[in-house]
Each structure stands twice: as C-alpha cells, then as structure tokens.
Design a protein around this ligand. Structure first.
Ligand code: MN
Ligand code: MN
Length: 422
C-alpha cells in the first residue's frame, strides 16, 4: 500500500475515532497499529505485521541512519510532511584558501529557509576575510579564538574592536567591514544573513572593485599617479594570509583616535552576560534589539540544555526559526497543520529549521550539554509557551479540551520557563 493511501486511511480513522470520543492514548495506539508503512512494535499496540514491516533488506547508508534514528524510525506521532527541517555543514563543500576556509548553508541547501542563510568560516592567525560589503545584514557569533573587526559608518566614523569566543557582531547591509584572525590560533565564527538566498560568493570585494575600474579613473579618484597603483590586486583576495595587526589601542590611534571613532557599538560581549532565564534544566540568553540596539533584523536565543533537559513546547509568532547546533546532540519535533509532525535528530554543526509559527520542542538526547542557537529575522525574540497558555486559561476550559484533572493543571508551570526544569 502506498504511504499516501495509508496516511489517508489513518486520517479518516483518526477523525472517526475522535468523533466517538476515544481517549488520546487509545487513539495513538490505534493509529499506530494502522500504520503498516511505519509499523513498529510497542506495548499495547496490536502487533499485526510488526517488526517485519520496518525491516529493510536493501541497501543502507549506516552512518547516516545511526545519526538519524528519529527519521528512520519515527515516533508514531509523526505524520504527513512538514518540509525540510535539517541540514549539516558537514554535507557542504568547504572552500579552502591559504589563510582559512568557508562553507555555507543557504536556501539552496535548506529550501524552507527563505529568511536566513548561514556561513561558517575559519581564519588563521593574521589572515583576513577581505574588506567587503553586501546587500544583507550580517549577524555573527565567535565560535573559537580571537578576531579583529572593522566597520566604516556612512558618516565617516570607524568602528574597530576585538572579539573572542561567545561574542557577537552585527554589520548592517552596505556598511563596509573586515575580519582578521588574531593570535594565538586565529578564529572560527558563524555568520547569519537576513536573506535566505544570500551567498558568500556574492559580496562586493575591495579587490574586485579596483580590478574592474579603469586605471586612469583609479588614479584620478585617489589623486595618485597610475604607477603608484601598479601592485593592485587583479582578482579577488577573499581570504588571504597577512601579518598580525598592532594592538587594538595602536590601531584605533593610527586611524585618528576619538574624533573618528564610531559612536555606535557593533559588537556584543556575551561572555559576561547573565542568563535571561535559568532553570535546573539549563539556561537561555536572549540578545536582540532590546539589549543590542544595532541588531535590528536578526534576533537570537542561545540555549544551553543539560542532559535530559528540554526547551519547552512553544512557537514564535513573529518569524521562522533558523538553528545552529554548537555542541551536544538532541532531537526536535516540528508540528504543522493539518496534523503533520516531523521528528529529527541533530548534532553539532547541524542546521535546524522551524517554519513560521510551527510548534516545537528541543530535547537533549545526549550525555553532555546541548548548546544551540534559535535565530529569527526579527527585531526581537518572541515566543508563546504552551504551559503558560494553559495556565492563563480557566481550568474548566482546559479540562474541556484536554480532559486534564484540575489538580494536575495547577502543577503545570505558570511562568514561562523556556527550559523545562529537571
Ligand atoms: Mn560580511
Ligand atoms: Mn524555538
């Protein structure tokens, strides 16, 4: 029987049983037993074809299967199609140049993600990501090491700062900037752009601007003889090695000191930031335009979840969610109308996606801390907590819907905890 036909039968069966008022546990078991295409064994479920239906006598990519148990053998609550919600930087082509490397996960790799695209980049000590600008806003988090960043404001003031692991920066579209790896071992960082189809190959490079301008025009513009421009690059530099810069103070002084210094702060030192919310299950830090004013079009929630802990059931009323998984492992289920759900597993270096308004949780399934980012193309992080919604309603209303005992309702957390206590 085709999957589609099975799904149709299941859907019909579910609606009939719902009308008959059968409890949700019995309903799940019945739905489960009816799912021959995804048959699994479970206590209380009718065995029917049982284990044999999920047997797989043909070819298998065993390393991928081992990483994705919830895709290969979905929980019986999964149903229908919510679209792609997973990709990994470790599936992409890495562009390696002398001085570092880069690779990207954009809408091309993860078609559901129309709002945001991500680039993961490494620069060795002294090496530059060439002076450039682009059409998208750039949000970034340092993943390793140290870097120096510069940005010129249209009013002629210049921002120069050093960043370390955990720090953020935000560069508005069109504002020219640079990134340089510092000692002892350069840096690695994640860039997130507020355009799904953004490409790291589509940026405006200083080297290409001068390479594609007639030399006599360059000479007239700079007020220099053409001979002085003889060593200009003739092609893109993009990433290239260089000597380590002077100290931050020396560089700031060399460009003109306080009188040309940007009054706008483009970096955010997250190292010293207290959690926005902390429970026994973990902690969450929210950085958006409320505490990092330049971050107008990208907002982030940084989650650290302890083994067994869980980001509570919630959704975001203002944007889709683009995730970057920094450490540990976990699983997420995404719920969409009509009755669709998809569960997937995630590991460090993976990208996750949650459609606009789709309900979801994230559970740490490993034995180390799970660290992941929730990113939104929005000026602020907004979420709706299922627990809080239930607790703000008259208990009778909740009981009518869920048949939940009134005493049990009172034990559900009434305040938004973000991460469920263990
Ligand atoms: Mn950039
Ligand atoms: Mn979320």
């Amino acid at each position: 029987m085709s999957d589609q036909k099975t799904d149709k039968m299941l859907q019909d069966g579910v609606s009939r049983r719902s009308v008959l008022g059968i409890g949700s546990a019995a309903l799940a078991a019945a739905a489960f037993a009816g799912l021959s295409a995804h048959a699994q064994t479970r206590e209380g479920a009718q065995k029917a074809e049982g284990d044999h239906s999920s047997s797989n006598p043909g070819q298998e990519n065993k390393p991928l299967l081992a990483e994705n148990p919830n895709s290969n053998t979905p929980p019986p609550t999964d149903f229908g199609d919510v679209g792609p919600i997973w990709y990994s930087y470790d599936l992409t082509k890495r562009r390696v140049q002398e001085g570092g490397w880069t690779h990207q996960v954009t809408q091309r790799e993860l078609p559901s993600s129309t709002d945001l695209a991500g680039v993961n980049m490494r620069l060795t000590a002294g090496s530059f990501r060439e002076l450039h600008w682009h059409t998208a806003d750039e949000w970034a988090i340092m993943l390793y090491g140290n870097a120096r960043v510069t940005l010129l404001n249209p009013d002629g003031t210049i921002f120069i700062d050093d960043v370390s692991k955990g720090d953020l920066w935000y560069f508005p579209a069109g504002f020219p900037h640079s990134i340089q790896g510092l000692g002892p071992d350069g840096c690695e960082f994640l860039l997130v752009f507020d355009q799904g189809m953004f490409s790291e190959d589509g940026t405006f490079l200083l080297s290409e601007f001068v390479a594609h301008t007639p030399p006599e025009v360059l000479a007239k513009n700079f007020g220099l003889p053409e001979s002085a421009l003889a060593n200009f690059p003739t092609g893109p530099l993009y990433i290239f090695p260089a000597d380590l810069p002077k100290s931050l103070e020396e560089d700031r002084a060399a460009v003109g000191g306080e009188k040309v210094r940007s009054s706008i702060q483009y970096t955010f030192k997250m190292e010293g930031m207290a959690p926005t919310k902390r429970t026994t299950g973990g902690e969450i830090r929210i950085v958006d335009s409320h505490n990092f004013p330049v971050s107008k079009n990208v907002a982030v929630a940084i989650n650290t979840i302890k083994p067994g802990g869980m980001r509570e059931l919630h959704w975001h009323p203002n944007a889709s969610e683009w995730q970057f998984w920094m450490a540990g492992k976990g699983r997420m289920t995404v719920f969409m109308p009509v009755g669709s759900a998809r569960t997937a597993d995630f590991n460090a270096n993976d990208v996750g996606f949650v459609p606009f308004n789709a309900g979801h949780y994230v559970e740490n399934t490993g034995d180390t801390d799970l660290v992941f980012l929730e990113l939104f193309k929005a000026s602020e992080v907004l979420d709706v907590s299922l627990n809080q919604w239930i607790r703000r309603l008259p208990p009778e209303m909740v009981h009518s819907h869920l048949k939940l005992d009134k005493n049990a309702i009172q034990t559900i957390p009434a305040e938004k905890l973000e991460i469920v206590p263990r």
